[in-house]
Design a protein around this ligand. Sequence first.
Ligand SMILES: Nc1ncnc2c1ncn2[C@@H]1O[C@H](COP(=O)(O)OP(=O)(O)OP(=O)(O)O)[C@@H](O)[C@H]1O
Ligand SMILES: [Mg+2]
Length: 216
Amino acid sequence: MIFTVGGIKGGTGKTTLSTNLTVWLSRQGADVLLVDADEQESASDFTAWREETLKDNIGYTLVQLHGATLRRQVEQMRPKYDHIVIDTGGRDTASQRAALFISDIYLLPFAPRSYEIWTLSKVQALLSEIQGSRATPLQLYSFLNKADTRGPDNSEAIEVLSDNEELNYVDFPIINRKAFATAASKGLSVFEMTPADEKAINEVEALFRHITGIKK
Ligand SMILES: Nc1ncnc2c1ncn2[C@@H]1O[C@H](COP(=O)(O)OP(=O)(O)OP(=O)(O)O)[C@@H](O)[C@H]1O
Ligand SMILES: [Mg+2]
């Protein structure tokens, strides 16, 4: 399957989720390609830190691809991998469009702050353009990342997201947890950290199992 983690807003957790998904899939025994489609190259930085931490086998292959080249190259590499995960930048770039034309699944993290939700109309415009030009509909999932443990911000965001049926909001929130940043600074997923943050692990794993259909 080809997964794209995207959205229009910066800092919602696209790189965090794409790198954690890549490592999680590889830990399930899959051969995974991680595509860094963001000019900021954060997924590549993550991978460089990972190489430093783990030295030998990092568990996946990384490539940097942008724009029209991305579409062509990913289509060519598709048969060689079990899964391809594409990390896009926080803007509506040609790369995100290219990724969405060839993806099976689109992951849309939203941080539950009202300003995040303002980008919804832009996401919807992008979606309807993509859906209109695909042979089969793009499967997407929106969810909260960096959510509060409790509080009104979560429920306001959930309400807005669930009001938009095409965004397919799923109730697998990922709470704002330090473990994500601590792990990323070493090029690790939360699954590989000691001491383990079981809550962080359970939250992302529940989301990943839901979107991939991979059972325990
Ligand atoms: N669930 C979370 N809990 C705590 N911190 C998080 C969580 N998800 C992401 N972060 C942190 O938030 C920051 C932004 O995350 P990340 O880089 O993944 O976002 P992004 O959407 O890829 O940003 P950009 O748009 O710049 O590419 C990072 O410091 C990351 O460690
Ligand atoms: Mg990023």
